[in-house]
Design a protein around this ligand. Structure first.
Ligand code: NAD
Ligand code: UD1
Length: 338
């Protein structure tokens, strides 16, 4: 496969893992990012791990002229679009920043693609578009509801893409709704590198494990779940990255605009995760059950059947491996890419 893929948000967490899988699958790569939430170091490591080069261009999606230059100077067959701001809490405080960056950025990208006659795109959506699900597991035809400005941007981009396809059926669009990605590549050389105090569970657990933080606060022990803590569908980021390769391959069949959950189909509680981490690494995470966190949903996990039927993709890595690899990344890089 010698296609050239343009990856937006390439230096970011999921972008960098996907770049590695793409290089290993034989694709040529152009990565772009404005480096607002990532470092070029991630792609230096991706090239070292794969032994293959890629082209990185620092470019902001809000810079229309810069984007046009990228497409004019590089022939591209398809785009994987990761670039965007993703912090739910920050989106509540700064909604305009999120609407401008994520929506205008995506509109600029799509326009630049249309001008360059590139009409194949894979987009990073999120299970957040399901809001509070009425039942489980969550399948792609469930009702949609944005519960934050961040979620609203994901939902709006999904509609933007579907409208684009309706206006011009030559577009091939794969919308992937991720469940909860868990760091990191098994090499321990690339991983999730949150700045400041992590919001997400696994980065917090691994920072406690290496002594960067004292103990984990478990947000709520009184949910209507078997052990009282929230349930999520945690997916190894390498499985997630591989899902993008399958989605790209599928675009060649001219599927139109398709939506697919990328999750494992398994739900685990916060206490399950703490136990799994201890079993995988031998490290017991000290924790305390505290108040619920505003905005958390009791239980979320995917119906992963459509991904298997349509893309031939299924998550393979279990909790044990997620915890081992997450810990390896944190141990090798206690302060991230610094
Ligand atoms: P990330 O922040 O590590 O990567 C996003 C990248 O986009 C960053 O490198 C950032 O610098 C870049 N970026 C932001 N705005 C840009 C702009 N205007 N121009 C150019 N680059 C820009 O985040 P991630 O976890 O890798 O997420 C990738 C995508 O997946 C995002 O769209 C996110 O919303 C989505 N997603 C992530 C999760 C998750 O838990 N990580 C879950 C569901 C969906
Ligand atoms: C968050 C985002 C979601 C994003 C997802 C993927 C919110 C409201 N949602 O989801 O949009 O797609 O990340 O990474 O931010 N927990 C603790 N202690 C902690 C951290 C988390 O108990 O220190 C609990 C949470 O209450 C939750 C679970 O762990 O029950 C998972 O939390 P987190 O990793 O933040 O993911 P989500 O909230 O599912």
């Amino acid at each position: 496969m010698s296609s050239t893929i343009l990856v937006t948000g390439a230096t970011g967490y999921i972008g960098s893992h996907t770049c590695l899988e793409l290089l290993e699958s034989g694709y040529q790569l152009i990565g772009i990012d404005n480096l607002s939430n990532s470092r070029e170091e991630s792609l230096r490591r991706v090239q070292k791990l794969s032994g293959k080069p890629l082209t990185f261009i620092r470019c902001d999606l809000l810079d229309e002229a810069g984007l046009a230059r990228v497409f004019a100077e590089h022939p591209v067959d398809a785009v994987i679009h990761f670039a965007g701001l993703k912090a739910v809490g920050e989106s509540v405080e700064k909604p305009l920043l999120y609407y401008k960056n994520n929506l205008s950025g995506t509109a600029n990208l799509l326009e630049a693609m249309a001008n360059a006659e590139v009409k194949n795109i894979v987009f990073s959506s999120s299970c957040t578009v399901y809001g509070i699900p009425e039942k489980l597991p969550i399948s792609e035809d469930f009702p949609l509801q944005a519960v934050s400005p961040y979620g609203q941007t994901k939902l709006t981009i999904e509609y933007m893409l579907q409208d684009l396809h309706a206006s011009d059926p030559q577009w091939n669009i794969s919308i992937l709704r991720y469940f909860n990605p868990v760091r990191a590549h098994p090499s321990g050389d690339i991983g999730e590198d949150p700045s400041g105090i992590p919001n997400n569970l696994m980065p917090y657990i691994t920072q406690v494990a290496v002594g960067e933080r004292e103990q984990l606060s478990v947000f709520g022990g009184d949910y209507d779940t078997p052990d009282g803590t929230c349930i999520r569908d945690y997916i190894h980021v390498v499985d997630l990255a591989k899902g993008h390769i399958k989605a790209l391959e599928k675009l060649q069949d001219n599927p139109g605009a398709v939506i697919t959950n990328l999750g494992t189909g398994q739900g685990y509680s916060v206490l399950d995760m703490i136990r799994a981490f201890a079993a995988a690494t031998g490290i017991k995470i000290p924790y305390q059950i505290v108040e619920r966190r505003a905005g958390d949903t009791t239980a979320v996990y995917a119906d992963a059947g459509k991904a298997e039927r349509d893309l031939g993709w299924k998550a393979k890595r279990d909790l044990q491996q997620m915890c081992k690899d997450a810990h390896r990344w944190q141990s090798k890089n206690p302060r991230g890419y610094l």
